[in-house]
Design a binder for this molecule. Structure first.
Ligand code: GDD
Ligand code: MN
Length: 383
């Protein structure tokens, strides 16, 4: 009886996500995102980079922006700092003094740190772009990423566009490799969802929004600027899509602690967004297929809970029938295979982070101010 229950439990962890993945792969194979892309369309863009204690990377970031392939009179850059205490603004000023910066640039400073979304909203008041782009101090764009992403806005149905992350330090260790595994799975889902209509999961490291499609970035506690805002835009009827050809570079945490810290905070944002999308769908205010909302809810909220139950139940069964030592042995032998180990670490840490991300949601202690993970800022960037 108990064994049947266990098999059902593991089955319910395996089959729904696998079914969703296969469905998305089929969509990707069958057609492209049906949008009329136009490279001649080059509207005025405002790129906002919010910073809090980013002195180690901000000069590199500005250098990267300066290399963007976009007309000089069509890009405005806004750096908004929230009273960093590591000299971020000095770094910006020193850089600008010795560089011929090609685009218009505005430096803003908030007296108090109230989180990333708050900072973006302050910057929004100074923005002149028809398209508002966001990026982070620690992420770097391919030269053509902006041009490619903007071209999709020639189609009036598009409300927002996000790009693809490449990990700079992918091979650093098992934790960075397991982030790579997660990303691969994740991107096929995002692409399939975008082909059907929209993906609700965006990345603020490279995100572009049509100015007329939203008033402000979502700033409610527990939500993120990217996912939170995109859900609002989709609920207004626009399509919000992931385009793999707009590439940005970012780092992954390489320690267990770092990985869990960053993933659990991102998960809090993810879970808030997914629960909100479910609520909006129930009210009939989200033009995204029910199946997509359901599977995302399953993957991000149900699965982590089921996995915890499955591990506990398996452990109980194991200790009751202690004679099955060969099983444990087999498990450890399998772990010697690096690919399997990485996959397992990715799966377990990902789900653990989702459980941790659910806690603030339940306890009501939600926040959108977070602590920087230092190991994700490299001294030397090579990409
Ligand atoms: N001005 C300002 N004020 N900027 C901030 C604040 C703040 O209070 N907090 C964070 N930032 C800036 C950071 O300096 C960085 O440029 C950017 O926001 C992202 O912060 P990271 O610490 O690099 O977070 P991440 O790599 O996990 O970011 C990812 O998740 C976030 C949501 O959880 C990205 O997808 C972000 O775009 C996303 O907002
Ligand atoms: Mn970052």
């Amino acid at each position: 009886m108990f064994v049947v229950f266990l098999l059902l439990l593991w089955g319910s962890l395996l089959f729904p996500p696998a079914a969703y993945y296969v469905w998305m792969l089929m969509r990707i194979r069958r057609r492209n995102v049906s949008v009329s892309v136009n490279f001649a369309y080059q509207p005025y863009v405002t790129l906002i980079v919010p910073t809090y204690n980013e002195a180690t990377v901000i000069a590199k970031k500005l250098e990267n922006i300066n290399e963007l392939d976009y007309p000089e009179n069509k890009l405005q850059v806004i750096i908004i700092d929230s009273s960093s205490i590591d000299g971020t603004l000095d770094e910006v000023k020193t850089f600008l003094n010795k560089t011929n910066f090609r685009f218009q640039i505005i430096l803003l400073s908030e007296k108090e740190r109230l989180g990333k979304s708050h900072a973006l909203n302050v910057a929004l008041k100074y923005s002149a772009g028809e398209i508002i782009a966001t990026s982070d101090a620690d992420s770097f764009w391919e030269k053509d990423a902006l041009k490619k992403a903007v071209s999709y806005f020639a189609d009036p149905s598009i409300g927002a566009v996000t790009g693809k992350e490449e990990l700079i330090n992918l091979r650093r260790g098992v934790y960075t490799l397991s982030e790579g595994v997660y990303r691969k799975f994740y991107y096929n889902l995002r692409l399939g969802e975008s082909i059907i209509h929209s993906t609700l999961i965006f990345q603020g490291e490279l995100a572009l929004y049509r100015r007329t499609a939203f008033e402000e970035f979502e700033d409610a506690p527990g939500y993120s600027d990217d996912i939170g805002t995109v859900i609002n835009i989709v609920s207004r009827g626009y399509r919000c899509i992931f385009i793999p050809e707009a590439i940005f570079y970012d780092t992954a945490a390489f320690s267990f602690r770092g990985r869990l810290r960053v993933k659990s905070r991102r998960s809090e944002h993810l879970v808030s967004g997914i629960i909100k999308s479910l609520k909006l769908k129930i009210k009939g205010r989200l033009p995204v297929m029910w199946r997509i909302i359901f599977f995302n809810f399953y993957l991000h909220v149900i699965s982590p809970i089921l996995l915890t139950l499955a591990i506990l139940a398996t452990a109980i069964l194991y200790f009751v029938n202690f004679n099955s030592l060969w099983f444990l042995g087999l498990f450890f032998i399998l772990l010697l295979i690096k690919k399997l180990r990485v996959f397992l670490i990715s799966y377990i840490t990902g789900n653990l982070a989702l459980i941790l991300g659910l806690i603030p949601f339940i306890t009501g202690k939600r926040s959108n101010v977070w602590k920087k993970v230092d190991e994700m800022r490299l001294k030397n960037y090579n990409f």
